[in-house]
Design a protein around this ligand. Structure first.
Ligand code: SAH
Length: 364
């Protein structure tokens, strides 16, 4: 089957998604990834957009069962960067010509936290003359807070649904964290005018290929602009530390499932931005490039100060914790050049899908 042709005429079916996600044949997989890459070239080009990632705080009010910065873990040193340090990370991204920054952190909802982020956004806008694109990834917040941050200069927001199957979602989160609340937050983000990104954990216990296909169809249904998703990697201090027996032997399997999800997402959603996430890189040194070759077009080099980075351990083995961001940048450039892609230096690299959906809305 020519998935590229099918994708162009918008006919990737549920059955196609299932067969992509369950494919084990190397030759067929190779062809699937090539088709997805063709779709990427057609709709968004062969260019990688960069976002410097600043992990501003690991203080979190939530208690997600999989996450290494969940509230219940007492032995992780908690930090919150000063506004100045976050702005420094953004300025570093700007000077490196990354085009954009992502400010990510544990989830705190308080007027004080809203002010903290708002001030940072204003400061970044001022220092960079509005040249730097800004994405936030700070969890569920009120409409007012989302609107204030949007007004202060953030224009993209990442909030993963983690699983679009409410039962699976419930198995990954304490009862206080509700699926519906997360859905509402995604709707608020759209309403307040962000380019909205979401994603899921891939390869969690109890998850089927039907669930994963459902996740992809969910992305289409809520019409998201960006996708950030990655394989689940157990963290030793969480309740899910032993969720995948023999994890060491199953890294390739996890990674492959993550790459298949990227390919399937590209074939189905076509003009969205898709990140090749750190989790892929954690599982293998070529993970990030495999993501790019299967349809991803965004990479987020970490620009968090190494002193803080060591405490932002969402999962075990997160890479680059001992490397400065300069070393990271040089390695990244070489590695992206090696697969024949170029970097969109200095570009915001906004989601084409966002502009397509906005102009479609204007026309009716
Ligand atoms: N608190 C913010 C962002 C921080 S966590 C928010 O809620 O959006 C960012 C992402 O890391 C999460 O959405 C989750 O999908 C991912 N993550 C957390 N623990 C993980 C693990 N053990 N393996 C893989 N990904 C994980």
């Amino acid at each position: 089957v020519d998935l590229y042709e099918k994708s162009l005429v918008d006919r990737i079916s549920h059955k196609d998604l299932i067969s992509i996600l369950s494919c084990q044949d190397e030759v067929k997989l190779d062809s699937i990834f090539k088709n997805a890459y063709q779709v990427k070239s057609h709709f968004v080009g062969r260019k990688v957009f960069l976002r410097g990632l600043v992990e501003c705080s690991n203080i979190c009010a939530l208690d997600c069962y999989y996450c290494g910065i969940r509230k219940s873990i007492k032995s992780v040193p908690r930090y919150r960067m000063s506004s100045k340090e976050v702005v420094q990370g953004a300025v570093e991204s700007w000077k490196n010509n990354y085009g954009s920054v992502v400010i990510q952190g544990g989830e705190i909802s308080s007027p004080e936290f809203s002010d903290y982020i708002e001030n940072i956004l204003k400061e970044i806008r001022q220092v960079t003359g509005g040249e730097l694109g800004i994405t936030l990834s700070l969890g569920e917040q009120s409409e007012e807070t989302y609107a204030r941050w949007r007004e202060a200069g953030a224009h993209r927001y990442l909030l993963r649904i983690e699983s679009s199957n409410p039962e699976l979602f419930a198995s990954l989160h304490p009862p206080k964290q509700q699926f519906d609340t997360r859905l509402e937050a995604l709707a608020l983000l759209k309403k307040t005018g962000y380019q909205v990104g979401t994603g899921v954990l891939i390869g969690v216990p109890g998850q089927t290929v039907e669930d994963l296909a459902g996740d992809l169809e969910f992305f289409r249904e809520i019409d998201v602009d960006m996708i950030g998703m990655g394989p689940f990697i157990p963290h030793a201090l969480t309740p899910m530390k032993d969720a995948i027996p023999d994890f060491e032997q199953r890294k390739e399997e996890q990674l492959l499932l993550g790459v298949k999800m990227i390919a399937a997402a590209r074939l189905l959603l076509r003009d969205v931005n898709i990140a090749s996430t750190t989790a892929l890189e954690t599982l293998s040194s070529d993970g990030r490039n495999r993501g790019l070759l299967a349809g991803a077009n965004v990479v987020m080099p970490n620009v968090t100060d190494p002193g803080y980075k060591v405490s932002y351990t969402l999962y075990d083995g997160k890479p680059g914790t001992g490397q400065t961001s300069d070393e990271g940048r040089i390695n990244l450039e070489k590695s992206i050049a090696s697969i024949g892609e170029s970097i969109g230096y200095g570009e915001w690299g906004d989601s084409r899908h966002y502009f397509n959906r906005i102009s479609a809305a204007d026309n009716c």
